[in-house]
Design a protein around this ligand. Sequence first.
Ligand SMILES: Nc1nc2c(ncn2[C@@H]2O[C@H](COP(=O)(O)OP(=O)(O)OP(=O)(O)O)[C@@H](O)[C@H]2O)c(=O)[nH]1
Ligand SMILES: [Mg+2]
Length: 248
Amino acid sequence: MSVDRQAVLRGAGAVILVPTYNEAGNVERMITAIHQNVPEAHVLIIDDNSPDGTGRIADKVAAQDSRVHVAHRPGKQGLGVAYRYGFRWALDHGYERMVQMDCDFSHSPADLPRMIELLESHSVVVGSRRVEGGGTENWPWYRSAISSAGSLYARTVLHSKVRDLTSGFKGYRASALERLDLDNLRVDGFGFQIEVTTHLLAMGVDIHEMPIRFVDREVGVSKMSSKIFVEAMLKVWSIRSSVASVRR
Ligand SMILES: Nc1nc2c(ncn2[C@@H]2O[C@H](COP(=O)(O)OP(=O)(O)OP(=O)(O)O)[C@@H](O)[C@H]2O)c(=O)[nH]1
Ligand SMILES: [Mg+2]
């Protein structure tokens, strides 16, 4: 293995984008865990002025560690807005690889080297609960059932070959992310994940699904609600029409 390749696997040239809202109990541990796995990666925390002080904790870490950056947003504007900001920031700062992940340890930082390695041979890597070897842990049966049904429904409406359309753990080469028309992404909440993956698929980008075990959050309060779920399922139809405007 060449020295350069080893540096890539340690996260050189990569930025890990982590949106946060009220993650005071997780944010510092998360940054530490990321660096235990990919010590050369940079981290961008995108905080929506969390009332619990997540942004201040992140600032404290960033003041002592040049690999850590914090974007302070004025208030809770949803995941889509946070990620669009993060993608733009990462492209403007010249990173070669971007990974997006949640701050609540549902996505394991131990999976980062594997994801970054797969980005050597694929333009986009989706951490997937719905391929062999992947799955969810500690989810009550009804949440698994709702999630499976929602996923099957979205996949069917969108004729998607990616099985885990709602996954929020994804890696991109800059060249793939650059092709996304960020202003054409309209959907928020976790419908945003469906929209990004569907647009990339429509552009013919090479997407690989990597199996992951998704663990339910242990610290902090869930923001998932039946309203958010139903909203995302309805948005699938507007995503279907917006795909027509995406160039191949
Ligand atoms: N910046 C920003 N981050 C958000 C917002 N909503 C959620 N997040 C963060 O996005 C990530 C995913 O949100 P979660 O609340 O874990 O969503 P979920 O996994 O569907 O649901 P639970 O884990 O059950 O809460 C976490 O890191 C959150 O802190 C938001 O409006 N703005
Ligand atoms: Mg979560």
